[in-house]
Design a protein around this ligand. Structure first.
Ligand code: ADP
Length: 485
């Protein structure tokens, strides 16, 4: 309605403008013609200086109601004769003005020269009212208003019907859509009101709702199933967790007991070996005294047998010392600190330097070792035992020992040599205390406790020690100093 209204008003304003313009042109032309006629009739009175005849001539304008006033002016520019329409509101200026036409103060005025036989005899003045134009304007405005009203009425009628045919179904559809989204209820349906395209739209919309409803139901079902499964699995997991906790608890308890009994064993070994040393020293001393004081009273065989006694006691003392050392590892708490392994290895090599130089052993450290958290003194013992063995169990002319790290998580340290090697079947047993693979005096002797002590120190660091070896080619001992994942 608004758009048609605006269009109509604009069109009419334009029409009115054009009409007024044309009407003004017509008016000017009419007045000019009238002025020409009156001027012709006024020539004689002016020429003969007959004002009464001039008034008479102007008086004929009475029949033209549109003329409000008229005047004749002599050549001197003064008024000669006038005519003023009663109650017309017209005026005649006191003196003549230059010829021409102009609109002024609600009227159109014309000044025209009056001539007789080619010679000017005076000037004619005519004033015409614009009532006609106002009347036309009013009429036009009335017409426009009437048309506007009519158009509005027709628009309204059309709109009301369209509303029923188009807007109402669409509004219904929108209301359903809003209800669906507000309530999340996909069982709602829009009402079909006609069998046209809009009806089709409603059908399609309802179909879509039906599909969503179906999906929704399936989704809900799946969700229910999932929840059930999750519940079930959660219960199972909780059960598993409880069982694992119980198992862990038992394990911790058992470890505690094991630690305790290990400690008791270490204590026992320590005390026993400590206590054994004293009588052993006595036996040793007395056998030496015996040899010194009564040696000559024995025959050769007796003396030879007596001579083995100090040797055996020395060996026993060495064994007891190893046992003491071993038990001490278990009894003393570790002093864990950040330790630069390069420093430890340097100190060990320094303390073994005489033996290394004597045997002309090449020591290889390819890359610097890392800094790790461990017990400085105990880890020094590990390197000392492994490097000493690497030198001891080597019969090659050109001996070498390599110390290094494998960059694993946790890092793996190794001591490798090109010595005699170890048969695979002894890989495990060499870590047992007092286990030696050779004769008492072979390869510089030993008590067979070194590797056992190494293993104990490594395990106290939660690490692991193992060996790889090829008989006759060489041996590598590996170890870690922290728990492996
Ligand atoms: P010990 O050296 O006192 O005999 P260990 O516990 O250090 O005791 O070693 C146990 C045994 O393992 C040794 O007797 C030796 O036979 C073997 N063994 C240790 N290290 C090496 C090595 N680097 N190469 C060959 N055999 C070795």
């Amino acid at each position: 309605m608004l758009s048609t209204g605006v269009a109509l008003v604009l069109a009419n304003v334009a029409l009115l403008g054009i009409d007024l313009f044309l009407f003004r042109g017509d008016m000017e032309r009419d007045l000019r013609t009238l002025a020409a006629v009156v001027a012709e009739g006024s020539a004689a009175p002016l020429a003969f200086n007959d004002p009464a005849a001039g008034v008479e001539t102007l008086g004929t304008l009475r029949r033209r109601p549109v003329v409000l006033a008229a005047g004749l002016f002599g050549l001197d520019g003064r008024r000669f004769a006038i005519y003023v329409k009663p109650d017309g509101g017209g005026v005649v200026p006191p003196v003549a003005e230059p010829p021409g036409e102009r609109f002024a103060a609600g009227s159109l005025v014309i000044w025209l020269p009056v001539e007789q036989r080619g010679a000017r005899v005076g000037t004619l003045y005519l004033q015409s009212g614009l009532q006609e134009m106002a009347r036309r304007l009013r009429l036009q405005a009335l017409t426009v208003s009437a048309i506007l009203l009519l158009a509005a009425g027709v628009s309204y009628l059309l709109f009301a019907n369209l509303q029923r045919w188009i807007s109402a179904p669409i509004l219904g559809l929108a209301a359903t859509a809003r209800a669906v989204s507000a309530r999340q209820d996909y069982s709602l349906r829009a009402e079909k009101q006609s069998a046209d395209e809009l009806g089709q739209l409603v059908d399609d919309f309802n179909l879509m709702l039906a599909r969503i409803e179906e999906r929704d139901a399936e989704l809900q079902q799946a969700r229910d199933g999932l929840e059930l499964r999750v519940d079930e699995r959660t219960r199972e997991l909780a059960q598993e967790l409880a069982e694992r906790r119980r198992a862990e608890g038992e394990l911790a308890e058992r470890n505690l007991l094991l630690d305790q009994s290990n400690r008791e064993l270490d204590d026992f070994a320590y005390i026993a070996s400590h206590d054994l040393k004293e009588p052993l020293r006595g036996i040793h001393n007395f056998s030496v005294f015996l040899l010194e004081d009564y040696g000559d009273k024995l025959d050769a065989e007796g003396r030879s047998k007596l001579e083995t006694l100090p040797r055996l006691t020395r060996r026993m003392e060495a064994l007891i010392d190893s046992l003491l050392q071993f038990s001490r590892v278990g009894r003393v708490d570790l002093a864990i600190d950040r330790v630069d392994l390069n420093e430890i290895v340097a100190a060990v090599l320094e303390s073994l330097s005489i033996g290394l130089a004597e045997e002309r052993v090449e020591v290889r450290i390819l890359r610097p070792l890392p800094v790790v958290r461990c017990d400085r003194a105990r880890v020094g013992e590990i390197f000392r035992n492994l490097v000493a063995n690497a030198v001891k169990y080597n019969d090659k002319a050109e001996k070498w020992v390599e110390i290094g790290t494998l960059e694993r998580d946790p890092p793996v340290f190794y001591v490798a040599d090109n010595g005699i090697g170890i048969p695979v079947k002894y890989f495990a047993s060499i870590f047992r205390i007092f286990k030696r693979l050779h004769g008492r005096e072979q390869y510089g002797g030993g008590t067979g406790a070194g590797l056992t002590i190494v293993k104990k120190i490594v395990e106290r660091h939660n690490g692991r020690v193992w060996v790889e070896s090829i008989l006759g080619q060489g041996t590598t001992f590996y170890f870690t100093l922290e728990k492996e994942a």
